[in-house]
Design a binder for this molecule. Structure first.
Ligand code: NAD
Length: 443
């Protein structure tokens, strides 16, 4: 796609300008927004036209339809996707999302972000994203297992331990990955089975997962917040924070920040928002969510609206739910010092400009939420070598790697006089461009 076309599409994407913050902004097109970010970074580093053109579209977009028997005996046809964005630096890598609003363009945007994320951190993987368009909350465990196994079967040889390696995302978890792994293994010759274990990462420990993977994304976010605090000479001990989304990413980030002496004052999920200026216990709240499915009915807090949530005073804000939740209204209302993007693509470009004007720092998704893919890489390596690394080793490697990349992005942003997101993209793009220029384009 030509640069001018991308720019036009970005402009045409719906924005949050007319939204009231009692509701999420009307969803724009994540793919065109991610393309707009690519556009900005491509200009900043003078990316070659050829590489820009290649990166403007995913390499492969797969859509599958598959029937599944439900518990009541009826059959339903499901729609599944796998978008493989780029693999110049290594096998396609990216999560599998189960959500009723999954679309091809959303997965194209998320898959592209995975390419930039792996390249930025110099993880030898490419970028991909997949999903099934349905609401997993409406299905029994047995139905979820059959849906996952049929989806894996439908993907067939399009995923593989050296070609495309899925991981958990919204609506999926370690159990989902184990079903994918088991199905994939059973589709292969018995002599190959064990080599297939690393077809997915984010597995449970018993089935070949890595210590530290479940909390890795949250842990990585906190490493970045710690680096930001050092740079800003801000004391996290005694600070306050709020989190949108209390699933894997949100709950682990909250538990780890609490250990550093920061207080969780407001939180929300798909059902609603709650607040307590005296502090919410992240561990007890996570137990409550495990039992009830939501933060909403937690007793030790006051129920608040979405508007009040975004206007809550807190030092740190970690969006950890879905994309495009921070529109112009939310950006004007936020009363924090920093937004650390735990979710992928939570901020509209227009909102980002408002945050910058208001002096609120933004730590971009591809930098801060990459702890998951990093420990996924460690898991993949452990499976490949038939090793089991102790938790301390995983955590130490994660910390060193996250902090190293954070420093590189910060230095590059200062050198180029650009924002952190553009600097993060630019570092990734530079690695990708060098690989293309050395290898050339076949034939
Ligand atoms: P999850 O399914 O475990 O949790 C999602 C949370 O968001 C839940 O608490 C859910 O109730 C909440 N939510 C859903 N819709 C909402 C809405 N409209 N308003 C408010 N809250 C809503 O998912 P997760 O794995 O924690 O992923 C969260 C985000 O982090 C996603 O953007 C995902 O792509 C990103 N991410 C995840 C990982 C990972 O390792 N799991 C890694 C990097 C980035």
């Amino acid at each position: 796609m030509a640069q001018s076309e991308v720019a036009k599409q970005t402009k045409a994407a719906p924005t949050a300008s007319v939204a009231s913050s009692t509701e999420a902004p009307p969803k724009g097109n994540l793919y065109t927004i991610v393309q707009g970010q690519l556009d900005k970074a491509a200009k900043a580093v003078n990316l070659s036209r050829e590489v820009y053109t290649i990166l403007s579209q995913p390499k492969n977009e797969l859509i599958v339809h598959f029937p599944v028997r439900l518990d009541d005996g009826n059959y339903r046809l499901f729609k599944g996707y796998r978008v493989q964005h780029n693999n110049i630096l290594g096998p396609y890598k990216g999560g599998i999302r189960y959500h009723e609003d999954v679309t091809l363009d959303e997965l194209k945007g998320l898959g592209a972000s995975m390419t930039w994320k792996s390249a930025l951190h110099d993880i030898p993987f490419g970028g991909a994203k997949g999903g099934i368009k349905f609401n997993p909350r409406l299905h029994s465990k047995g139905e979820l297992e059959r849906i996952t196994r049929r989806y894996t079967h439908a993907l067939g040889g399009n995923i593989g331990p050296e070609s495309d390696i899925p991981a958990p995302d919204v609506g999926t978890n370690g159990q989902t990955m184990v079903w994918i792994m088991d199905t994939f293994m059973n589709m292969r010759e018995s002599s190959d089975k064990n080599a297939m274990r690393r077809v997915v990462t984010g597995k449970t420990i018993n089935s070949g997962g890595s210590y530290g993977r479940e909390s890795a994304t949250g842990q990585g976010i906190v490493h970045c917040i710690t680096e930001w605090a050092k740079h800003r000479r801000f004391n996290l001990n005694g600070s306050s924070f709020m989190v949108q989304g209390f699933g894997n990413v949100g709950s682990h980030t909250a538990k780890i920040l609490a250990k550093l002496g920061s207080t969780l004052v407001a939180v929300g999920d798909y059902k609603g928002y709650i607040a307590n200026p005296e502090g919410l216990n992240a561990h007890k709240l996570a137990e409550h969510v495990a039992q009830t499915g939501s933060v909403e009915s937690y007793k030790h807090a006051r129920v608040i609206g979405r508007e009040e949530f975004f206007a809550t005073e807190a030092d740190l804000f970690i969006p950890a739910a879905l994309e495009l939740e921070i529109g112009e209204t939310e950006a004007k209302n936020l009363r924090c010092k920093v937004v650390a993007e735990g979710a992928n693509g939570p901020t509209y470009p227009e909102a980002e400009a408002i945050l910058a004007e208001r002096g609120i720092d933004l730590l971009p998704d591809i930098l801060v939420n990459s702890g998951g893919v990093m420990v996924s890489y460690f898991e993949w390596l452990q499976n490949k070598r038939a090793e089991r690394w102790p938790l301390e080793e995983v955590e130490q490697r994660l910390e060193e790697w996250m902090k190293r990349t954070f420093g590189q992005v910060q230095d590059f942003a200062e050198e180029l006089k650009v924002d952190m997101r553009t600097a993060a993209y630019a570092i990734g793009l530079d690695r990708i461009e060098k690989a293309y220029s050395e290898r050339g384009i076949f034939p």
